[in-house]
Design a protein around this ligand. Structure first.
Ligand code: HEM
Ligand SMILES: *[C@@H]1O[C@H](CO)[C@@H](O)[C@H](O)[C@H]1NC(C)=O
Ligand SMILES: *[C@@H]1O[C@H](CO)[C@@H](O)[C@H](O)[C@H]1NC(C)=O
Length: 633
């Protein structure tokens, strides 16, 4: 009797819940349809934390067991990374480059149209960032990534002056320095190379961490493989902090450990608040909590040190970002009421976070792509040789050489890598609840409902409307061209558009160095169609920083070395040796490795914050220029 009652109550609750959900879905679908844009109906929110963390379990089951008549585009769109995986296809099917996903709890809007992109990124107050998605970034304090409106203005104004030419120059020299260490790690003591680098992403990650440490915070990190070498010690001169394996007094972790532990587990702090993490029975959790405290303590020490330096006029003049932040904050004059120490530490942290994974991935994927495309690699090497006139790395300068790299194949490689492997696959924007917004596409008006989450989608980089195939391409290959790594597309002389209008900030101090910076030698995409750094007011303030860093490291590597995919699991070195150079057998072997790499890049890359290979690696080898085993030009 009691049992029946419980069951019927439960059944009633379920029926009520389903009915309610269904009603909400119908309402959202109707609302979405009133926009005039295509609508895909989703039975649940594909961007809830639950779905994001478990979708890979359910989607294969759905594909397998759901009757074919129920399958459709919506199943493809259940993968939050579909923009990377299937690119422009859904837009093509729906016949519009903007569409809506309606679920019972939320409406999402996906954008792969340049016109819409520009409207959204330039109408800052109409399309604010959905701040709840950025909470994880606030652990040390509020900052310029996680704020909106007046708060954001204050933070942006505080940070913008740090990213000046002085800092760029520092980024250049620090990148050259760490690039030499990186290449030393990858090619061995004798510098011959020809050894397999199983996990290139980890070297790239360290490189990026150490560059942002020194150019951002004046901390010189010694690479583990160079520790104890006198040359490494000497290079510490003049830095505020010099760190290696040793754990300084008062600390429990060395700087390197604290930083990488923290940055690589930052999302955990979203799921489990730090104060619980430290009490978790799981060791790994407690380690993250420890790293959190440790890095905070390092920053604190640096902050105090810099503050005294700046106050006593001892500092070198704001070359690194952190010093410029402290100087600009006016915190020393005690006259600013709005700013607190936590604002400085909050910004310090996001600069570290924003500046490391993104650039590390760009370097990593550039190397993989170049290994897969030896003709492009040869052209890159020729360009670098021309740019540097064969001078050694020590003789390169920011003023003379950076502009040369910026207008040549080195920049084309960076641009093309970011086109295909954009670190932030979906850049979040929103409309405020109750505030629908109009947009215009090809002269027609549409209304994005209020309370909508918008994603500026990486698929715009594969929209054939903006990325034309070369005119001499075979008809059958034209469609595939957008998916191919072809850095040469950036070197064309024919501009398809001249309407690059840079946005005007109402206050120029907010700009930072990220304004118009097209190189006259390179292809100029349609405004709004190329968005690796986002666009408009909230575009990446570290764009120039990243460009300087990536161009410098690519130039160092390819001035001396070539990169190839490692084929160890397909053929031994002896077997390769026996295959005639340039022969069909060698070519086939390498093609196998390339096909697999291509598949991994597409299927095994996913985002936690940025797009990375997960669960697999693509091993590579560096060999001296001229000693390639696989070069097919
Ligand atoms: C290839 C490298 C990089 C890429 C692809 C990249 C991409 C982006 C993107 C897409 C955004 C907008 C994010 C959003 O709206 O949620 C952004 C913002 C930002 N990035 Fe980068 N970034 C890179 C490197 C860097 C570096 C090196 C730094 C700092 C040293 C940096 C600092 C920032 C900051 C502070 C913001 C927030 C700006 C604001 O909202 O006003 N980024 N970046
Ligand atoms: C890449 O392309 C863009 C065009 O939008 C250009 O502004 C930029 O300078 C290029 N180079 C690099 C290294 O990002
Ligand atoms: C690379 O190493 C393998 C195995 O040690 C050797 O057989 C081969 O000759 C080397 N190639 C070059 C170019 O040094």
């Amino acid at each position: 009797m009691v049992l029946t009652l419980v069951f019927s109550a439960l059944a009633a609750a379920i029926v009520y819940f389903l009915g309610n959900t269904y009603r909400k879905l119908l309402r959202n679908v109707a609302l979405a349809k009133s926009s005039g844009l295509p609508v895909v109906v989703m039975p649940w929110n594909a961007f809830s934390i639950f779905w994001l963390s478990t979708f890979f379990l359910w989607t294969p089951l759905l594909r397998k067991f759901l009757p074919a008549s129920y399958q459709g585009l919506w199943v493809d769109l259940l993968d939050p990374e579909w923009g990377h995986r299937i690119g422009h296809l859904p837009y093509k099917k729906l016949g519009k480059d903007v569409f809506l996903l309606a679920s019972p709890t939320i409406i999402h809007c996906f954008v792969a149209d340049a016109e819409a992109m520009t409207q959204i990124t330039t109408r800052r107050t109409d399309f604010p960032k959905p701040l709840q998605m950025y909470r994880a970034l606030d652990i040390y304090g509020k900052n310029l990534v996680s704020t909106e409106g007046a708060d954001w203005r204050m933070h942006r104004k505080l940070a913008a002056p740090s990213f000046g030419e002085k800092n760029n120059e520092l980024v250049f020299t620090e990148s050259l320095h760490h690039a030499k260490s990186l290449i030393g790690l990858w090619t061995g003591v004798d510098g011959r190379g020809n050894q397999t680098v199983v996990e290139p992403s980890s070297g790239a990650m360290n490189f990026a961490l150490y560059v942002i440490s020194s150019a951002g915070f004046d901390v010189r990190v010694v690479w583990p493989h160079e520790e104890g070498l006198p040359a490494a010690e000497r290079k510490s001169e003049g830095k505020s902090m010099f760190v290696g394996s040793e754990v300084p007094p008062g600390h429990q972790m060395n700087y390197r450990q604290a930083l990488s532990e923290l940055l690589h587990n930052i999302m955990l702090t979203l799921i489990i608040p730090p104060r619980f993490l430290s009490k978790s029975p799981i060791v790994a959790h407690r380690e993250v909590a420890k790293a959190l405290g440790e890095w905070g303590q390092y920053m604190d020490e640096l902050y105090e040190l810099k503050k005294t330096q700046v106050a006593s006029g001892d500092a070198k003049g704001g070359m690194d970002l952190f010093e410029a932040l402290i100087r600009g904050s006016g915190i020393l004059d005690e006259k600013t009421i709005n700013l607190q120490k936590s604002d400085l530490l909050g910004n310090a942290f996001v600069l570290m976070l924003a500046g490391h994974e993104t650039t590390a991935n760009t370097l990593h994927f550039s190397l993989i792509y170049l290994a897969m495309h030896s003709a492009s690699q040869r052209r890159l090497q020729e360009d670098i040789e021309g740019n540097t006139e064969g001078k050694p790395v020590e003789a390169w300068t920011y003023d003379e050489h950076f502009p040369k790299f910026f207008g040549s194949m080195t920049a084309a490689v960076m641009n093309e890598t970011l086109r295909l492997m954009q670190p932030v696959v979906n850049i979040p924007k929103s409309t405020a609840p109750g505030r629908p917004q109009q947009i215009t596409l090809d002269g027609e008006h549409y209304t994005i409902p209020g309370g909508c989450h918008i994603f500026l989608n990486c698929a715009i980089h594969r929209n054939p409307r903006y990325w034309p195939a070369p005119s001499d391409a075979l008809e059958a290959e034209k469609d595939e061209d957008v998916n191919r790594f072809r850095p040469e597309r950036w070197l064309t002389k024919t501009k398809i558009s001249d309407d690059f209008i840079d946005i005007s900030y109402d206050d120029e101090e907010l700009r930072g160095p990220s304004g118009e910076d097209t190189s006259s030698q390179l292809f100029k995409p349609v405004k709004g169609s190329y968005i690796p750094f986002s666009d408009g007011f909230r575009s990446c303030i570290g764009r120039r920083f990243a460009q300087v860093e990536i161009l410098a490291v690519l130039a160092v590597i390819f001035s001396q070395y070539s990169v190839e995919l490692a084929v160890d699991d397909l053929a031994s070195d002896e077997e390769v040796e026996r295959m005639p150079k340039g022969g069909e057998e060698r070519r086939k072997l390498y093609q196998q490795a390339c096909d697999r790499a291509e598949y991994y890049l597409k299927a095994k890359a996913s985002s936690i914050i940025t797009l990375q290979l997960r669960g697999v690696t693509i091993p590579i080898r560096f060999v001296r220029k001229g000693e390639e085993r696989f070069s097919f030009v």
